[in-house]
Design a protein around this ligand. Structure first.
Ligand code: C2E
Ligand code: CA
Ligand code: CA
Length: 519
């Protein structure tokens, strides 16, 4: 290679280096002038020697107005937060990065101003000649954050966030109130295991079925209206919630859940469902009456000292498919919606007919509503006359509560029945009223000891006491007792020992269709 060629190469390398240096300088100058970031240089005496327009604007003055002045004079409000940081950087040679500063805004008086500032040591040889300052205005970011925090803490819905592992990262005030946990207690805890591990009925909800967590794999919002959360105190409440993925780019790094306690709504829905069910029963009862699908079963009432049994008539409805429907399913609706009067009259007619056929002592149930109906006694009288039945063969059962609900009407009904020559049994005795003076005044024939005291008579001393009390009460007032719900021999034996007059129950005879024939 010749000398000339050598010189040419060197010249080119030098030119290239100049050009690159010029380019770099221009780039830095452009950044310095135009980036929305404040740059500055502060010397060891903490005087501002260089800065760009962005930093000057943040401080609310021109670049020229800054040059050579002490930082403590330029930004007296922020200086106390910065002073020790500058000293530290100069002493240690270590940068301080992302320090949050706040103070009143220079531009808008009163509005707080938030800055994110970093301080770098500027070395020259082995000395540190000053501090490089980089400042970003984060006021809007801060305000948005504060807005979000206020909004979340004041919203009525509960809100919480989970990370990719299903651990709690955030919870708002409403969530904390409904769940009974503070955010601090739950942060970092597995949410499924703590609040979502069981269903409303207490059965386990395994993590594989957890919709809060499924959002992470499905990547779309899931809405649920029929699950339950568990509170800190262990109680369960029904919730509706939506669970949405939190993404950054293509990856899902968490889940946000917004939920509502739906206890009230569920209660209202249940009420509406019950109402609808009742309404549908009205139609079914009406049809059953019209299509003669009401029938009477008969259950024997056995004299415990021996003798011929009498019987109680128990109502049944035959469903369209032939199934037998117990009165507990339809009588409450019939009572509530005014169909019971018609049913009671039908029962009376049937009972009178059976009594007229020579069946001895038929007991028929009447509802509370009928006790207060003034034309019921004339109706019974007419039926007895038309069928030619002996009134002594008929006993009407009404509950103690029905008799006492309207004392005047109860009195009139009891006396009227006695005048007709029919008997009166007080059903479910012992469960209701409590005062017994009326027993002396009213013409009552039987007290029916409620199944509640008979069921556990052999094992429960309180029940035994009640039975003893009712028997002695009945003796004192000249009434006879019938124990209902006798299901075994031991119970029967105790009742005999206690001197109960009659017994009724599955052990003595189950209810069976009442035939019209003579017994
Ligand atoms: P209730 O008058 O107290 O009738 C006794 C109930 O106990 C009957 O239920 C009967 O089947 C049941 N029972 C009888 N023996 C036993 C036993 O050993 N163990 C148990 N666990 N239960 C026994 P049912 O027939 O379902 O009647 C329920 C209620 O419906 C009656 O209670 C009565 O209040 C009402 N009811 C039944 N028939 C009529 C009716 O013709 N008119 C009216 N107004 N109400 C009726
Ligand atoms: Ca009865
Ligand atoms: Ca009863």
């Amino acid at each position: 290679m010749s000398e000339i060629e050598d010189q040419q190469d060197m010249q080119e390398a030098l030119d290239r280096s100049h050009r690159e240096t010029a380019e770099l300088a221009t780039l830095l100058e452009t950044l310095h002038a135009n980036a929305p970031i404040g740059f500055g240089f502060v010397d060891r005496e903490l005087r501002m020697l260089r800065l760009n327009a962005a930093l000057a604007a943040l401080n609310g003055a021109t670049v020229e107005a800054h040059l050579g002045r002490l930082v403590s004079d330029i930004t007296p409000n922020i200086w106390p937060q910065v002073e020790h940081v500058c000293s530290q950087v100069l002493e240690t040679g270590q940068p301080v990065i992302n320090l949050e500063l706040s103070g009143p805004s220079a531009a808008e008086s009163g509005r707080p101003h938030h800055l994110l500032a970093s301080y770098y040591p500027v070395p020259l040889g082995s000395d540190i000649i000053g501090v490089g300052v980089v400042v970003v205005d984060i006021t809007e970011l801060k305000e948005a954050e504060e807005f979000r925090a206020v909004a979340m803490d004041n919203m009525a819905e509960g809100l919480f966030a989970l990370d990719a592992e299903g651990l709690l990262t955030y919870m708002n005030r409403a969530a904390s109130n409904s769940l009974g946990w503070t955010e601090r207690e739950l942060r970092g805890q597995p949410v499924h295991e703590i609040i979502h591990f069981q269903r409303a009925d207490g059965t386990q909800l395994p993590a594989e079925e957890c919709t809060l967590l499924q959002v992470r794999t499905q990547g779309r919002t899931i809405r649920i209206t029929d699950e339950a959360f568990t509170r800190k105190d262990g109680t369960i409440f029904p919730v509706a919630y939506s669970s949405a993925p939190l993404r950054s780019g293509a990856t899902i790094h968490g889940v946000v859940v917004v939920f509502r306690d739906i206890t009230e709504e569920a209660r209202e829905r249940a009420g509406v469902r019950k109402e609808l069910a009742a309404l549908s029963w009205i139609g079914r009862i009406r049809d059953a009456i019209d299509e003669h699908r009401l029938v009477l079963y008969s259950q024997p009432i056995v004299p415990l000292a021996g003798g011929r049994p009498s019987e109680e008539l128990l109502l049944r409805m035959i469903g369209r498919d032939g199934e037998i429907i117990l009165p507990g399913s339809f009588l409450p609706v019939a009572e509530q919606y005014g169909l019971i009067g018609e049913i009671d009259r039908w029962v009376i007619t049937q009972a009178v007919r059976l009594a007229a056929n020579g069946r001895r002592v038929i007991e028929a149930n009447l509802s509370a509503a009928s006790v207060g109906t003034s034309d019921l006694l004339p109706f019974i009288e007419r039926q007895l006359q038309e069928a030619g039945a002996d009134p002594a063969n008929l006993v009407f059962e009404i509950t103690e509560t029905a008799l006492m609900r309207d004392v005047t009407a109860g009195n009139a009904f009891a006396r009227g029945l006695a005048e007709l020559g029919c008997g009166l049994a007080l059903d479910d005795f012992g469960t209701g009223f409590g005062g017994f003076t009326y027993l002396k005044k009213l013409p009552i024939t039987y007290l029916k000891i409620d199944i509640e005291f008979v069921r556990d008579l052999v094992t429960n001393r309180e029940s035994l006491h009640v039975v003893k009390a009712i028997v002695s009460l009945a003796r004192a007032f000249g009434l006879r007792t019938i124990a209902e719900g006798i299901e075994d021999e031991d119970t029967l034996a105790v009742l005999r020992t206690e001197g109960v007059d009659f017994g009724q129950g599955f052990h003595l005879g189950r209810p069976a269709p009442a035939s019209q024939s003579e017994a």
